[in-house]
Design a binder for this molecule. Structure first.
Ligand code: SF4
Length: 250
């Protein structure tokens, strides 16, 4: 086939709204070298005609930064949760299947509501508290060794891929998932954030907390940022154990 006539075959799981039944629709979109999934979806947006030649509605998805920083364009591509912006067509086998992540409620087509992740970040106080009323200066220094691994953890973009891959995150479980647990490790290691260490550990000791982790280790394999999630969970587990003893013995 002449390269300029080549078409990309996409099978997309679509859903009209949060309450509709999902269905599959196939598309053939013009190929260009170096396309990513977003650019293929943009072709459908420009010309919403399915593989049967029927006029249809444009496929809806969410994206913001287009450089794997915001986490918004997560979807299941050829069976694997990943970012549509950094997934190149040339590296995929066809037909390419696109589906919304199943861990989150679908808003429409490939767009999901990741609110449960943001609620979990609030639950574990994933921030360094400052009141912003005066200049705090340059802030406390961290040992270089700590800064290096903390920086890796700070790359989390709340994309949800680790929750999608985790067998213990589903609609029958309240497990907050790997990403918020890793943020507990990050903020507990910060010199100012450590002031709320015990509150964070208490927050993950209850229902849906760290004991819901089944150690399947799927999360670490799908994280687009290569965050050592299982190491984080093991570290936080140790912190929780120490804090439990401290609380018990007063
Ligand atoms: Fe995404 Fe990785 Fe953060 Fe999980 S830990 S939300 S996979 S960036």
């Amino acid at each position: 086939m002449v390269e300029m006539d080549r078409k990309i075959h996409l099978i997309i799981t679509r859903q009209k709204d949060a309450h509709s039944e999902p269905y599959k629709e196939e598309f053939l979109v013009p190929y260009r070298p170096n396309m990513n999934i977003i650019s293929a979806l943009m072709e459908i947006q420009k010309n919403a005609v399915n593989a049967k030649g029927e006029k249809t509605t444009p496929v809806i998805w969410e994206s913001v930064c287009l450089e794997e920083v915001c986490g918004a364009c997560s979807m299941v591509i050829n069976g694997k949760p990943r970012q549509a912006c950094s997934t190149l067509i040339d590296q995929l086998t066809e037909p390419i299947t696109l589906a919304p992540m199943s861990t989150f409620p679908v808003i429409r087509d490939l767009m999901v509501d990741r609110q449960r992740m943001f609620d979990a970040l609030k639950r574990v106080r994933a921030w360094v508290p400052i009141d912003g009323t005066y200049d705090l200066g340059p802030g406390p220094r961290m040992p270089e060794k700590t800064r290096q691994w903390a920086y890796e953890l700070s790359k989390c973009m709340t994309c949800g891929c680790c929750l999608e891959a985790c067998p213990n995150v589903n609609n029958k479980s309240t497990f907050i998932g790997p990403a918020p647990l890793s943020q507990v490790r990050l903020f507990n290691a910060h010199p100012t954030g450590a002031m709320h260490k015990e509150e964070r550990l208490t927050a993950i000791m209850g229902d849906g907390g760290i004991t819901a982790c089944g150690n399947s280790q799927n999360c670490v394999q799908v994280c687009p940022k290569g965050i050592p999630l299982t190491t984080s969970i093991a570290q936080v587990n140790r912190q929780v154990t120490k804090w439990s003893f401290k609380r018990f013995f007063g």
